[in-house]
Design a protein around this ligand. Structure first.
Ligand code: 719
Ligand code: MG
Length: 214
């Protein structure tokens, strides 16, 4: 049977990247998406903004919603201080299998805990399963209509502290209107929009950074 796009992306990484070199894995995926097949990775332009926010926050506890093929997982994990790990949630087993191989190819498997399952079920389990009290940094890049319910779940589960940073992809395209309205109007968040473009295109998109105020 025909391979899937994530499987073809993995092949491109194994063919064009250098094992243990995260930068080469990122470049190989961006090259594949620009020259072979578009895929919904955060991409290089928004990825650079992601890099700058992660570097600024220098988080000890990190959560990503929506691993997909692991592109943003690799971007984030390569910037973490020694000993810091990130938890990434992915409910599609086929995507998770590809992501594990891409993360391992980058040599970052020891900095990443990929948990298979839906965020709605996993978020309430995080404290007891992973011994986390609160998250310093959260990257949202899963189904766009799940951003708002999941941020409310973070609040209910006490997973945010004064200063927790949430960074959301695709707030313009495909768009997350309810989430944007919430974080921009809630007295509990200080929000800022980073304009950019939809990965590998000229279409307008951007990232929204929201700091929890307690
Ligand atoms: O749709 C987009 N992203 C979705 C990501 C889904 C990934 O995350 C996984 N996932 C989803 N919900 C959950 C969940 N929780 C939900 C239930 O609890 N818990 C765990 N994992 C979850 C999926 O299995 C996928 O691996 C997108 C589209 C465009 C786009 C723009 C323009 C176009 F024309 C076309 C496409 C651009 C982008 O950057 C995009 O991110
Ligand atoms: Mg996205």
């Amino acid at each position: 049977t025909r391979s899937t796009r994530p499987q073809r992306m993995l092949k491109a990484v194994q063919k064009n990247a250098t094992k243990g070199n995260p930068e080469s894995v990122i470049s190989a995926i961006d090259y594949f998406c620009k020259n072979s097949e578009w895929a919904m990775n955060v991409g290089d332009e928004k990825g650079s903004i992601l890099d700058s926010v992660v570097t600024e926050v220098n988080p000890s506890t990190v959560l990503e919603l929506g691993t997909y093929c692991g592109y943003s997982t690799v971007r984030i994990a390569r910037l973490l201080s020694p000993g810091t790990k990130l938890i990434t949630l992915e409910f599609n087993p086929a995507y998770a299998a590809v992501a594990r191989q891409i993360i391992a190819y980058a040599g970052l498997q020891d900095k990443v805990t990929l948990v298979e399952g839906p965020s709605s079920e996993l978020i309430p389990q995080i404290k007891e399963r992973f011994g986390i009290t609160t998250f310093d940094f959260i990257f949202l890049d899963h189904w766009k209509d799940r951003y708002l319910p999941d941020i409310k779940l973070f609040e209910e589960c006490g997973l945010l502290r004064k200063g927790s940073v949430l960074l959301a992809d695709n707030v313009i395209c495909p768009g997350t209107p309810e989430y944007l309205e919430y974080v921009r109007n809630s007295p509990h968040y200080e929000s800022r929009y980073y304009p950019a473009h939809l990965e590998y295109t000229k279409v307008e998109d951007g990232l929204e950074k929201s700091v929890f105020l307690g």
